[in-house]
Write a protein of this length. Sequence first.
Length: 258
Amino acid sequence: MIEQFYRPESVQQALELKRQFLDEAVYFGGGSKLNATPTKTEKKIAIALTQLGLDQLSWQQGALHIGVTIPLQKLIDSTLTPPALREALGFVYSRHIRNQATLGGEIAAAPKDSVLLPVLLALSAKVVIGDGNTLELGDYLAGAQQELLLELVLPDPYRRCATHKVARSAAGLAVLTAAVSCDAQQKVRIALSGVVARPSRLRDAEQMGLSGPALEKVVAEAVAPEADLCGSVAYKRYISGVVVADLLASCQASGGVQ
């Protein structure tokens, strides 16, 4: 339960507060994850990021830079937001939550069933952390996720990309979310959540150059779902393969960039 709330006015102040309080403190964006089960925080000290000016989008040297405290709804409303990312943001069904939740919070929480991370991974997203270094999003997710996030960078935001969420209803729990992209060199990227240990790319499947039933089979064998209220292991393997193959076909049929 949060007992102390700090509002630093610079990135340096935020980093100093984290160094001071270490594991007792957590960076705080909109609070939609830290204040709600199952991601509710047990930390006692919150370091708010709202005064750091990290809520803007900008186009820099051919890449889209997105500040991590931008609310999801603001990102939907921006004309700079890539179509596939805008669609994924719509998978967060409640507009109230989209107004509160921040992009950085969604990335840092990294829930297994994240509806946003697959499309970001498919778009080869990078993150800039507090010390100024840039990491591949996949590398950040594979780590401890304790670093202060400053911005997300999409180096090729308008490449062909398609995403899909499978759920019993628009507001229901996601069985899986998948995203597939194709760049100008026809390199394919496949990312999934909900049926893998953490949102991640299927790199082996990407390199095989498969499509249709052959790709369905490879994806079904690559995922590691668990049976729950959303479906059996067999169903989740099957639907994973079908969705990924369909998304790839959609990307290949679209041609050009979005």
